[in-house]
Design a protein around this ligand. Structure first.
Ligand code: SF4
Ligand code: SF4
Length: 301
């Protein structure tokens, strides 16, 4: 699947220029262009290289390019290799330009107020998700139940590493540093380092601009092995609904009354946005440890 904002056009370029330059396309006015006419003889590059004076310049080449229509200034994508860019693969879902135009690709099914579960994602029981693209490129983030509970993250430290490893982020909430490790290893490609200076998207858009890591399925690991012990499809939706109810009960029962009269949970499995901010430190640690543990080995049984 390619990005819906990826389009293609023909452009003309100069094969004699030291850097490949585009000369004209439907996006760039050809007014005054001399390369396709007898006036190419006036060009210093042509004069240096020499060639036929008949017709258009022999160094004028016509080729097909792809470009992004989501940005005001055309951004060309090499036609021969769109699959190595986000544009030619399902990684477009996490492209900044795509998200600015279309919003999060994954909408999901609402299981509680402000909490959606996405059937196409694979969830670990510490509320991190994995999206496996068609070409094997994966993305990892936190889910919307954790995002709603946290409301705001003060700081995010994305632990980057080379080679194969388990993606790990340290989220700072109410002065507490809470590490979260995705239980499956990836051949790491990148971390969304923009979140270090502005972690707001982690909780505001956890299935889109708040993605944390990208990487490939490790060599020799099959799709089936990658998904084993992770929650997917209707099972993930049912699990998330239960988790929202459980968290709501905990917040509304044992924890909420002593917390300055602030309602952090409501009937029907709802969790108040930013409920974490209203908990005492030991209460916060208790909820994090119970629902969002740093490490999980297994998922659903
Ligand atoms: S006239 Fe020929 S050599 Fe000069 S810029 Fe155009 S294509 Fe290139
Ligand atoms: S740059 Fe982003 S929005 Fe534009 S075509 Fe590529 S993936 Fe799509």
């Amino acid at each position: 699947m390619t990005c819906p904002f990826l389009s293609e056009t023909r452009v003309r370029g100069c094969s004699a220029a030291s850097c490949r330059k585009l000369l004209a396309s439907p996006l760039v006015s050809a007014t005054g262009e001399r390369c396709g006419t007898l006036r190419h003889a006036e060009c210093s590059v042509f004069q240096e290289r020499g060639g036929s004076l008949e017709g258009g310049c022999p160094y004028l080449e016509d080729r097909l390019v792809q470009f992004c229509t989501a940005v005001p200034v055309p951004r060309y994508v090499p036609y021969s290799s769109p699959e190595v860019t986000p544009c030619g693969s399902e990684a477009f879902r996490y492209c900044e330009a795509y998200l600015a135009m279309a919003g999060a690709y994954h909408r999901g099914e609402e299981v509680a107020e402000g909490v959606a579960a996405v059937e196409t994602l694979h969830y670990a029981t510490n509320h991190m998700w994995l999206d496996i693209g068609g070409g094997g490129l994966c993305h990892v983030g936190i889910d919307q139940l954790l995002a709603r509970f946290l409301g705001r993250v003060e700081h995010a430290t994305l632990l980057t590493q080379r080679g194969v490893g388990k993606p790990t982020v340290v989220l700072t909430i109410q002065g507490v540093d809470w590490p979260l490790t995705f239980p499956k290893p990836l051949l790491m490609e990148s971390a969304d380092v923009r979140l270090r200076s502005n972690p707001a998207p982690i909780t505001a858009d956890p299935y889109g601009a708040g993605w944390l890591f990208s990487g490939w399925m490790p060599p020799g690991v099959s799709h089936e092995e990658m998904c084993r012990d992770l929650l997917h499809g209707r099972r993930a939706v049912a699990w998330m609904r239960l988790e929202a109810e459980r968290l709501s009960e905990i917040l509304g029962g044992a924890l909420a009354p002593p917390v300055a009269g602030v309602a952090v949970a409501a009937d029907g499995g709802s969790v108040a946005e930013g409920a974490a901010a209203h908990l005492m430190r030991d209460q916060l640690l208790g909820v994090l440890n119970r629902f969002f543990p740093s490490h999980v080995e297994r998922a659903w049984e």
